[in-house]
Write a protein that binds this ligand. Structure first.
Ligand code: TMP
Length: 205
C-alpha cells in the first residue's frame, strides 16, 4: 500500500505523517515514512541543490528535472523494494507535487511533466493520495514568520500559491478514485482523525 500526502505550503501535511504511521503500526502494520524531495543519500543531495536560497535563478524546467531525478532514485532504492516486501509506504509529497508546483504553478507543460513522471517513477502511482486542502492565503500566512509588511513578492507568491492550490483540486477531480480532499483548516487533531478515517475506509486497513 502506497499512500501519499499532498498539499500547498502551510497545509500542515508534514505534521500528520508520523501520527498516522504510529496509528497504523499499532494496528500491526509495517510502515515506512519518507518525504520528497529527499529520502535517499542521493535524493537528499539533489534536495540541497533545489532548496539552496542562492539558487534562485533556477528555471522551472531545471527544477522539474531535478525533482524527477530525486524521485527516480527514491522509487528504485526505497519505495519499490519496500512495497514488494509488503510494507505500507507513507510519502510526504510525490509526483503530484511536480504537476501542482511546476505544472500549474510555473506553467511547465503538464503533458511533458506526465511523461517525465512516468519515466522517473517507472509508472509507480500511489494507491491513495490525501490532499490537505488549505486556502492559499491561510497557507502562506501560516508559513510566514515574524509578520512584516505585505510586499510585491508576497503578492507574487500568493498568485503562485493560488495556482498550486487550484491545480491540486483539479488533479483530485481528475482521479477521484485515488484522491481524497481533507479540510486542512481544521485543528491538526481533527485533520488526523479525518485522515485515519479515510485511510481505513479507502484501503480496508
Ligand atoms: P516541503 O516544504 O513539503 O518539504 O516541500 C519542499 C518544497 O518543494 C515545497 O515548496 C514544494 C516544493 N516541491 C515542488 O515544487 N515540486 C516537487 O515535485 C516537490 C516534491 C516539492
Amino acid at each position: 500500500m502506497f499512500i501519499t500526502l499532498e498539499g500547498p505550503d502551510g497545509s500542515g501535511k508534514s505534521t500528520q505523517v508520523q501520527p498516522l504511521a504510529e496509528y497504523l503500526r499499532q494496528e500491526g502494520y509495517t510502515v515506512f515514512t519518507t518525504r520528497e524531495p529527499g529520502g535517499t543519500t542521493i535524493s537528499d543531495q539533489v534536495r540541497e541543490v533545489l532548496m539552496r536560497l542562492d539558487n534562485r535563478s533556477m528555471y522551472p524546467r531545471t527544477e522539474t528535472l531535478l525533482f524527477c531525478a530525486a524521485r527516480a532514485q527514491l522509487v528504485e532504492e526505497v519505495i519499490r523494494p519496500r512495497l514488494q516486501r509488503g510494507e505500507i509506504i507513507l510519502c510526504d509529497r510525490y509526483a503530484d507535487s511536480t504537476l501542482a508546483y511546476q505544472g500549474y504553478g510555473h506553467g511547465v507543460d503538464r503533458d511533458v511533466i506526465r511523461s517525465l513522471l512516468a519515466f522517473a517513477t517507472g509508472g509507480l502511482k500511489p494507491d491513495l493520495t490525501l490532499l490537505l486542502d488549505v486556502d492559499a492565503e491561510t497557507g502562506l500566512r501560516r508559513r510566514q514568520t515574524g509578520g512584516g509588511e505585505w510586499n510585491r513578492l508576497d503578492a507574487y507568491q500568493l498568485e503562485f500559491h493560488r495556482r498550486v492550490r487550484d491545480g491540486y483540486r483539479e488533479l483530485a477531480s481528475l482521479e477521484p478514485e485515488r484522491w481524497v480532499i481533507v479540510d486542512a483548516e481544521q485543528t491538526p487533531e481533527m485533520v488526523q482523525l479525518a485522515i485515519r478515517g479515510i485511510v481505513t475506509a479507502r484501503t480496508g486497513i
